[in-house]
Write a protein that binds this ligand. Structure first.
Ligand code: NAD
Ligand code: GLY
Length: 358
């Protein structure tokens, strides 16, 4: 088993990575917990609900299942309220533990529910998509979407542990694997040129879920994310670089309607757009823009963004947590492995939109 430690002011916890972790979930439940609520969706529950609950039942505690509708379009207040309805109906007290069993949508909503139910109860992340295993389950960002902007309502709230069972990736659709790989390659692009080059060499193995390659990619991604959130839990500076491709990507998601493109697909395409902008305004080498486009293609994500109209694009990108005083700020790169956050002239952004959308 690989263990990566996360150490933030809001919590210190292990990320345990191994095949079969689903059968050991009882190890993450503290002895003083009064009850456990597994928050999941019908898709994941059908595949893994019983196994997860059987492991949790070994604690001898009451185990409740809460199923939320599946999909990004349900990552909202209404679904969140279903969690509170169930917790209150079943009288779970403030020593209960929530278990997020699912992808990033379930993880983000369960974390937010844990942050605010009775002003905060403990929770464990059990990410079942690649994207959630390499990104969303780590670092304590929790949220729901608002019709006017993605992840706009939320909290920083760290889990007790992250339990990554690499076997569950075998039931993920190929498109979801590609979306998760977008976040994997992101770490190389912003932080680690050697990891980026390794991803270029191993793109096909990663898409095919080669067990050694995928285990290494998950561990390295978690290590890099843990390093960043350990230095800047609440995104007062450095952590913003984890949002490479997200300013463009979130505009795609909100502009087309949540769920039309997968989050990871939008981030993959957004990284190509950010690379283009970096070349125009931050000295990122043109040859490396080509490498970004090639790797995003190789992992199976789109590289041509939807034509929402430049004005609409700019409007959508304004609604971003990095925007300050009305000025949109982008994560840009000076070179592979070196990212920064800064504003960009509007005409440069329009030029990039003109050549990256269709
Ligand atoms: P998702 O949660 O919608 O999961 C994708 C699909 O896969 C769903 O239909 C789900 O039911 C299904 N699924 C999950 N596990 C499965 C399995 N093992 N086998 C078969 N099907 C399975 O999407 P996602 O890509 O995991 O997460 C995207 C969300 O994560 C977005 O809302 C995004 O904003 C958020 N996110 C958050 C952070 C963070 O730091 N908190 C970081 C990145 C992304
Ligand atoms: N996914 C971006 C972050 O966790 O900061």
């Amino acid at each position: 088993m690989n263990v990566v430690e996360v150490d933030t002011p809001g919590g210190q916890y292990p990320i345990r990575i191994a095949p079969g972790r689903l059968d050991a979930l009882d190890q993450s439940i503290p002895a003083d917990a009064t009850a456990i609520a597994v928050v999941t969706n019908p898709t994941v529950a059908a595949l893994y609900g019983e196994r997860a609950e059987a492991a949790l039942a070994r604690t001898g505690k009451r185990v409740l299942r809460i199923e939320l509708p599946d999909g990004e379009s349900y990552k909202d207040w209404q679904s969140l309220n279903l969690v509170f309805d169930a917790l209150l109906t079943h009288r779970l007290d403030r020593r209960c533990v929530l278990v997020a069993l699912g992808g990033g949508v379930i993880g983000d909503m369960t974390g937010f529910a844990a942050a605010v139910y009775m002003r905060g109860v403990r929770f464990v992340q059990v990410p079942t998509t690649l994207l959630a295993q390499v990104d969303s389950s780590v670092g304590g960002k929790t949220a729901v979407n608002h019709p006017l902007g993605k992840n706009m309502i939320g909290a920083f709230y760290q889990p007790l542990a992250v339990e990554i069972d690499t076997d569950v990736l075998n039931t993920l659709p190929a498109r979801e694997i590609s979306a998760g790989l977008a976040e994997v390659i992101k770490y190389g692009l912003i932080l680690d040129p050697a990891f980026w080059a390794w991803c270029e060499e191993n793109a096909q193995k990663l898409r095919n879920l080669d067990s050694q390659a995928i285990a290494y990619a998950i561990r390295r991604s978690c290590e890099l994310k843990a390093q960043v959130v350990g230095k800047d839990e609440r995104e007062s500076g450095l952590r913003a670089i984890l949002n490479l491709g997200h300013t463009f990507g979130h505009a795609i998601e909100a502009g087309l309607g949540y769920g039309a493109w997968l989050h990871g697909e939008a981030v993959g395409c957004g990284m190509v757009q950010a690379a283009e902008l970096s070349a125009d305004v931050a000295g990122f080498p043109r040859t490396d823009v080509g490498r970004v486009r090639e790797l995003v293609t190789a992992i199976g994500c789109p590289v041509v963004a939807p034509d929402l109209g430049a004005d609409r694009w700019l409007d959508l990108m304004q609604v971003d947590k990095k925007t300050e005083g009305g000025e949109i700020r982008y994560v840009l790169m000076a070179r592979i492995g070196e990212a920064m956050m800064r504003a960009a002239p509007e005409d440069a952004v329009r030029a990039v939109l003109a050549r990256t959308t269709q």
